[in-house]
Write a protein that binds this ligand. Structure first.
Ligand code: MUC
Ligand code: MG
Length: 390
């Protein structure tokens, strides 16, 4: 039976949007983001947008903008055309049947369905996701220019603008001794004004982490994200048991609710970085968050450096989650030279104001979608300047 929520059409395109400066991580340096934007149309004419962004082609995990686009157009869209958009769990099950894995691709599609249905009902998405419990969340910024003086200048400016007072440093590309020296320098510069976290993006082995993390904590670091490889749960567990004065946060290791259960059982995380893309959508983000809450593990609102579409969708689901949080890092729109929406989510007194308004509460600008559309620009896909991270 076809109703007003029937999925009539779906389109996906890859955008290429330069970043305001090189962004350097343990595995390379990026100078642009290539989000995949999905638009869905329902029978009643309502439309919704979703997004999946990743970092550095297939360098952050197995998915890339091209694989996300391919999974959506070849498998996920055909599985949903003619189906009821409002049955989100059914839509997820159909996508699972059509396509194993590919969580980022599924998240973009599910996001577009939720946006379209919420718009049709005239409700903000958070109302379909359990209801809002946070009006705002502290917003972190990542210092990743690769230059200490520039990083300090950037942090200073953002403090003055009252935008950020939580700074995350991307480490793991340099030798650990150098990372300790750089982090200590930044920590001294920010002492008493901001908190400092580090993201190693899997670069260290267990012994390196055990040896160098205490020195980072001594320098003032209070939250440590994914210090070891995705598979290295024994090392995460050991760090949780032995490190004093900082929290261990899983990122790449925690994708599915089953990953979350395993980390909880092993006492191998204090905090989970939640990301809509890696969990496979907004609904599944809530499932991972539910495991965290049940296991007394905190959460952090992570990003894959999305535009305002993906960032607002993430903000909607984060606004519904429990109290034990470490803030969020939905700063993607600020790292890009331009956005694809009329108005970004405001930042007031160091906090991101979580959005209202039907759907994700955004007005997407078609001219901006066309401007950055890879197919229209005819750009070749250079994702990551490997080896430029130091
Ligand atoms: C990650 O691994 O957390 C998030 C912020 C940032 O600078 O990089 C990402 C990815
Ligand atoms: Mg991370």
């Amino acid at each position: 039976m076809q109703g007003r929520f029937t999925v009539e059409r779906m389109e996906a395109r890859i955008l290429d949007i330069p970043t305001i400066r090189p962004h350097k991580l343990s595995f390379g340096s990026i100078s642009r983001q290539s989000p995949v934007i999905v638009q869905v149309w329902l029978k009643d004419g309502a439309t919704g947008f979703g997004e999946a962004a990743t970092i550095g082609g297939p360098s952050w995990n197995e998915e890339s903008p091209e694989s996300i686009h391919h999974a959506i157009t070849s498998y996920l869209a055909p599985a949903l055309l003619g189906q009821e958009a409002g049955g989100f769990e059914n839509a997820l099950a159909r996508m699972d049947k059509a396509c194993k894995g590919n969580a980022f691709a599924k998240s973009a599609v599910e996001m577009a369905l939720i946006d379209a249905v919420a718009r049709t009902l005239g409700l903000p998405a958070w109302q379909l996701l359990g209801g809002k419990v946070h009006q705002s969340l502290p917003l972190a910024w990542t210092l990743a220019s690769g230059d200490v003086a520039k990083d300090l200048e950037e942090a200073q400016l953002r403090l003055e603008q009252k935008r950020h007072r939580i700074f995350k440093m991307k480490i793991g590309a340099r030798a650990p001794e150098q990372d300790v020296a750089v982090v200590s320098q930044i920590a001294r510069g920010l002492q008493g004004k901001a908190t400092l976290t580090v993201d190693v993006n899997q670069a260290w082995d267990g012994n390196t982490a055990s040896r160098y993390l205490p020195r980072l904590i001594e320098a003032g670091v209070t939250l440590i994200e994914q210090p070891v490889a995705q598979w290295n749960v024994p090392a995460l567990k050991n760090l949780c048991a032995t490190l004093q004065g900082a929290l261990i946060m899983a990122d790449e290791t925690v994708c599915t609710p089953q990953d979350a259960m395993m980390l909880a059982r092993e006492n191998a995380s204090h905090v989970f970085s939640l990301k809509v893309a890696k969990h496979g959508g907004l609904i599944r983000t809530r499932k991972v968050a539910a495991v965290a809450e049940a296991a007394d593990i905190g959460w952090y609102g992570g990003t894959m450096l999305e535009t305002s579409i993906g960032s607002a969708a993430s903000a909607h689901v984060f606004s519904t989650l429990g109290a034990q949080h470490q803030g969020c890092e939905l700063f993607g729109p600020q790292l890009l030279v331009d956005d694809i929406v009329e108005k970004q989510m405001p930042i007031v007194d160091f906090e991101l104001q979580l959005p209202d308004g039907p759907g994700f509460g955004l007005n997407v600008l078609p001219t901006q979608l066309d401007r950055f559309d890879r197919a229209r620009q005819g750009l070749t896909a250079t994702h990551v300047d490997m080896g430029q991270a130091a």
